[in-house]
Design a protein around this ligand. Structure first.
Ligand code: CA
Length: 330
């Protein structure tokens, strides 16, 4: 098989704080022998566990990149036992464009794993991370938020896994992150996800959804920052006491959680994030955008729970995820 052309500009296994790039050759009209330069920081200090912390898997989600930029700029080797590998903007071309997917190849990073060494730019990045970085890690935290088209209650998440011992380890790490909500997460389409790749390598994996609507808030960034520190303490990499607060356990048991638009329209939310809803209750309704005098189409919750995500912005396309309802685990 072809070798992956990505070369790190810093050592991945040397003690100290190293800041550089994953250099991916990308020849094109405006840069003949150019490269995509994906920022990476490695802060290491002797033997110990390795954490891989990533943001910008989707380019329009900002809590991860902000928290990880700060961590990379401030974490000192003396603070660390083992190693922290930080990729604040994993899909750099998507991040630079402020888009979910890469403008170069349309690649959705979180549907591109395990990637290809001879594939598109997005596939090459995915392949390098899967084959070179994940094997170094004991624990992986991949930050997500809702991006430009969803807004979430702030939660950390772990998946239901076949390997129950691994599932318990991931759930414990999720609790350690200590977001205001903690989600036992259902994926409707897990093929190609970074999550699935990391879990299949037997690693401890935590992800998040910390807000969205194409921006970050002071509150959501504080959750991201605190969560990374808590997780690194949990992993034995940082010392000190975790900052903890109550976290509501949520569960997405099946596809009834998702409310999908069955026609396009103007979204009128009927409940806001965090509100309790009952099975059959309308969570929003869709008004026509092309004529007046016609009733709105109500969109109903299919189970009891709380409103965990909603669509942004106000105009909805047919098939959009309008809302997510998750059950509160008592
Ligand atoms: Ca995402």
């Amino acid at each position: 098989m072809t070798e992956n052309p990505i070369a790190p500009t810093i050592p991945l296994d040397a003690d100290g704080a190293h800041h550089g790039f994953l250099r991916l050759p990308y020849s094109r009209d405006d840069s003949a022998w150019g490269a995509v330069m994906i920022p990476i920081s490695v802060i290491a200090n002797g033997p110990g566990p390795t954490a891989l912390l990533s943001g910008g898997n989707h380019g329009d989600e900002y809590e991860g990149p902000i928290a990880l930029q700060e961590l990379a700029a401030t974490l000192r080797p003396d603070d660390v036992t083992g190693r922290v590998i930080i990729l604040p903007m994993m899909n750099l071309p998507a991040f630079a464009a402020g888009r979910r997917c890469s403008p170069i190849d349309g690649g959705n990073m979180n549907r591109s794993f395990p990637g290809r060494p001879d594939g598109t730019v997005t596939q090459k990045i995915a392949h390098f991370i899967a084959s070179r970085l994940v094997p170094l890690a004991d624990i992986v935290l991949d930050y997500h938020s809702g991006g430009r088209t969803l807004d979430f209650l702030p939660f950390a998440a772990a998946h239901v896994l076949e390997d129950k011992a691994q599932e318990a380890t991931c759930m414990a790490a999720m609790r350690a992150f200590n977001a205001p909500y903690s989600m036992k997460m259902l994926e409707i389409d897990n093929a190609g996800m970074f999550d699935t790749e990391v879990e299949s390598q037997g690693k401890t994996f935590v992800t998040t959804e910390l807000g969205g609507a194409g921006t970050a808030t002071a509150a959501s960034v504080a959750i991201a920052r605190r969560g990374a520190r808590n997780l690194l303490i949990h992993a034995g990499i940082l010392s000190g006491e975790p900052q903890t607060a109550p976290s509501v356990m949520l569960d997405m048991p099946d596809a009834r959680c998702f409310v999908t638009a069955e026609r396009p329209g103007l979204l009128e939310p009927l409940v806001d994030l965090g509100a309790e809803v009952r099975e059959g209750q309308p969570v929003g309704r869709l008004w026509p955008t092309d004529r007046s005098g016609i009733a709105a189409l109500p969109c109903h919750a299919a189970l009891d729970g709380i409103l965990t995500a909603r669509h942004v912005p106000g105009l909805v396309q047919m098939g959009d995820c309008l809302a997510v309802v998750a059950q509160v685990v008592k």
